[in-house]
Design a binder for this molecule. Structure first.
Ligand code: IMP
Length: 438
């Protein structure tokens, strides 16, 4: 089983959870490499649905070691609660390993995240307010607090004191918020250290040794390519490296040890938060009109497009082949998993954006300037649908209706990457494997 990086190829929420859950048991290690509890995916355990935010999906399988890599930002209180929920369901977290170099989300990070969004008003990013941006900000400024610092009371106190000397005046004077004492923070965080200590590890060394021993690793991405701090629609992005390259920096495993990069694409596109979205369909409640608003509402309702972490109604739109091509390039995708194909059974015809038009110019590649993306009008191809044919029972590509097969093959051609997994429903078995070597 080759070492595999799994990444979102759109704006997150592509259905990575289902695909990760599906293939995680094939690997010895499942490693989160970026982000934090801004992510959210649902895994099915027996007849229950569990929402995971921070815990790698590998926790669901006894044979897979779940690892939180150095590129992740950890809210210890959230992690401990998640562990308790899993343990209560009979899912053991004993194999979990947390990088000693992962950064810790502090209470002031969460306050600052919310306050800054408020300050930005209509220009806000639409963050999850989990403190992700401010935590990565401190990391880049070399002022962050890491898991290893949390384990050493003396160092932790000192670092908190240093941080508060800067954060308290900002909280109070700029945002009019409450301030913190070192004692207050230590009282909350030091007990976390005692609970998490047994799980702390030098994970880069551990993973490299495991690979030398012939073990396999699944690198589990969160968010998506267009939310990447470097390659996404900046500034409407998250603060980490969600692309495949992040799997190396976020774990300490070199690129030559990665064999395969699986991009997850939804059969249409969704986005939460602000920022450009060329194929967006509007909702009637937001002033949308005509067929576009009907189609937008249909995608949202049939696709159950509500955020796992925030409960927000997601913005929905048709498949965008321009970003699919871009994601294929910046991640070096070797395979694609196409999710939620069954949702498109609700339509007579299905649109696919193949280029953008802006100021008389046509772009069939990702435009250099963000302003183009904001004003881009999608150039659509309209493909015949397979309306009302229930495809959720199909288990081979050949069983799909002809128009569904043609849709998949068309997307494959547009992005230039084989679609080797197709999801036709939320359950594990509602999946078509098509040339994916397990
Ligand atoms: P942050 O990561 O909370 O700072 O949010 C930054 C942007 O990324 C916002 O637009 C969020 O809605 C978006 N975002 C963060 N995590 C996810 C995710 O897991 N799925 C989809 N969007 C996300």
């Amino acid at each position: 089983m080759p070492n595999t990086v799994l990444v979102g190829a759109q704006w997150g929420d592509e259905g990575k959870g289902k695909i990760t859950d599906l293939i995680a048991s094939d690997y010895d290690y499942v490693v989160r490499f970026q982000g934090g509890n801004n992510a959210g995916h649902t895994v099915i355990h027996g007849d229950k649905k569990l929402a995971l935010h921070l815990m790698p999906s590998g926790v669901m399988y006894e044979n897979a070691v779940p690892v939180i890599g150095n590129g992740v930002v950890v809210d210890p209180g959230v992690l401990i609660k998640e562990m308790a929920v899993l343990e209560a369901e009979g899912i053991s977290c004993k194999n979990l390993r947390i990088s000693c170099d992962a950064h810790v989300i502090m209470p002031y990070h969460k306050d600052l995240d919310g306050a800054d969004e408020k300050r930005l008003g209509e220009h806000k990013i639409g963050t999850t307010k989990r403190g992700i941006g401010p935590c990565y900000q401190d990391k880049a400024a070399r002022k962050g607090i890491r898991i290893q610092d949390l384990m050493d009371e003396k160092i932790f106190r000192l670092k908190v004191e240093t941080a508060l000397a800067q954060k308290n005046p900002i909280l109070k004077n700029i945002y009019g918020l409450h301030t913190y004492t070192v004692e207050e923070i230590c009282e909350e965080y030091l007990p976390y250290a005692n609970i998490l200590r047994p799980y702390m590890a030098e994970t880069a060394q551990m993973l490299n040794q495991a690979i030398r021993d012939g073990k396999t690793v699944l690198f589990e991405g969160a968010q998506g390519t267009l939310l990447d701090i470097d390659h996404g629609t900046y500034p409407y992005v998250t603060s980490s490296s969600c692309c495949a390259g992040g799997a190396c920096t976020g774990t300490g495993v070199g690129p030559k040890k990665i064999d395969r990069v699986l991009g997850i694409q939804k059969a249409y596109v969704t986005r939460v938060g602000g920022g450009p979205f060329p194929t967006e369909l509007t909702y009637a409640e937001d002033g949308g009109e005509g067929q576009d608003a009907v189609d937008g509402e249909t995608l949202c309702q049939v696709g159950h497009e509500y955020g796992v972490t925030t409960g927000r109604k997601r913005r929905c739109g048709w498949f965008d082949a321009v970003i699919a091509r871009y994601a294929a390039e910046v991640n070096g995708l070797t395979d694609v998993a196409l999710t939620k194909l069954d949702v498109l059974s609700a339509f007579d015809t299905i649109k696919v954006c193949v280029a953008y038009e802006c100021d008389g110019q046509t772009y069939d590649y990702f435009p250099m300037q963000q302003s183009v993306l904001f004003h881009a009008k999608p150039v659509y191809e309209e493909l015949p649908g397979w309306k009302d044919v229930d495809i959720t029972g199909c288990r081979t590509f050949e069983e799909l209706p002809e128009n569904a097969r043609a849709y998949v093959e068309h997307l494959e051609k547009l992005a230039g990457v084989p679609i080797s997994i197709i999801a036709v429903g939320p359950d594990r078995d509602q999946t078509i494997f098509r040339g994916w070597d397990r």
